[in-house]
Design a protein around this ligand. Sequence first.
Ligand code: SF4
Ligand code: SF4
Length: 74
Amino acid sequence: MAKHWFPVFSNSKCAHCGSCVKACPDSLLESESGLPVLSNPDLCRPNCFECTKACSEGAVGIVRPAKPCDCCSF
Ligand code: SF4
Ligand code: SF4
């Protein structure tokens, strides 16, 4: 399970513009047939929304893995 939130990409909404791929400050996204792919969500910066902000199509969603409680780090 990923450590913290990470983006997911809607194939049906994506316009294959590549803006999110370029916006990632750590170059974590790759384009596969125009659709962005995040191979390792654990490398995402906490609270980084750069790829989300870059998308004008509303194609970037957010997944927040559930934690047992706020005092736990796993
Ligand atoms: S959330 Fe940030 S670090 Fe993760 S893929 Fe998007 S832009 Fe890159
Ligand atoms: S910015 Fe949005 S529309 Fe463009 S490639 Fe990324 S997810 Fe697709």
